[in-house]
Design a protein around this ligand. Structure first.
Ligand code: ADP
Ligand code: AMP
Length: 212
């Protein structure tokens, strides 16, 4: 199953990707996670990406496309993937078409998780994450113990780009640069609209129905 998840920041792409990975046993490829790991490890890629991420801007296409090209060429992607947060521009989508053609991979579906701007702000401002990769929401999915990860016990923190000013910028960037992908994939007959403003399980059921 080769799937792309699109939708505004905070729509629930990472949350639903985790469920899809379990269901289909395919890798979850999230460009945001790749950048954050590079930042944590202070690699040259991390240093470059950080200046854009901290401002809520997109990392330049040439950097992002190269990373995805390398990742998709790995063996585990032949049987499927959940691509989350890529593509985010028309140039990235065009490049992805070329990459997939080279690898002889066909996309099965592009899922557009639809959530209002108000809900995006609510979800992003309440998101708390753990170094281990787990993600929570202070209201909608709180950890058992205040501010501690259920899995590893480490202290949860708020992503720097989940601060109000950066959220505003990321939403603006989504509208301007990423939302055109919806008609792009509609034209390719790949788009499936997912009602994302419901509980975690209900959204997952909407996705499973769309994939039938
Ligand atoms: P994205 O990957 O699209 O940026 P996330 O999956 O990280 O979004 O979700 C953003 C925040 O919203 C997280 O705190 C997550 O727990 C919460 N969230 C995700 N899906 C739902 C949902 N269906 N209902 C309520 N909160 C949700
Ligand atoms: P995310 O974890 O998907 O919310 O991404 C966090 C940040 O990483 C974004 O705000 C961008 O700065 C950067 N990023 C992630 N994916 C991409 C992409 N496909 N193109 C450009 N920048 C990206």
């Amino acid at each position: 199953m080769h799937i792309i998840l699109v939708g505004p920041p905070g729509a629930g792409k990472g949350t639903q990707a985790a469920k899809l990975v379990e269901e289909f046993e395919v890798p979850h490829i999230a460009t945001g996670d790749i950048f954050r790991s590079a930042i944590k490890n202070k690699t040259p890629l991390g240093k470059k990406a950080k200046q854009f991420i901290d401002q809520g801007k997109l990392v330049p296409d040439e950097v992002t496309i190269g990373i995805v090209r390398e990742r998709l060429a790995e063996d585990d992607c032949q049987k499927g993937f959940i691509l989350d947060g890529f593509p985010r521009t028309i140039a990235q989508a065009d490049a992805l078409q070329d990459i997939l053609a080279d690898l002889d991979i066909e996309l099965d579906a592009v899922l557009n998780i639809k959530v209002s701007e108000e809900e995006v702000v609510r979800r992003l401002s309440g998101r708390r994450v753990c170094e281990c990769g787990a993600s929570y929401h202070i209201e909608f999915n709180p950890p058992e113990e205040d501010n501690a990860c259920d899995g590893c016990g480490a202290e949860l923190y708020q992503r720097e780009d989940d601060q109000p000013e950066t959220i505003k910028e990321r939403v603006a960037v989504y509208k301007e640069q990423t939302s055109p992908l919806i008609s792009y994939y509609q034209d390719l007959n790949l788009l499936k609209e997912i009602e994302g403003e419901a509980g975690f399980e209900e959204v997952f059921n909407n996705i499973k129905q769309a994939l039938c």
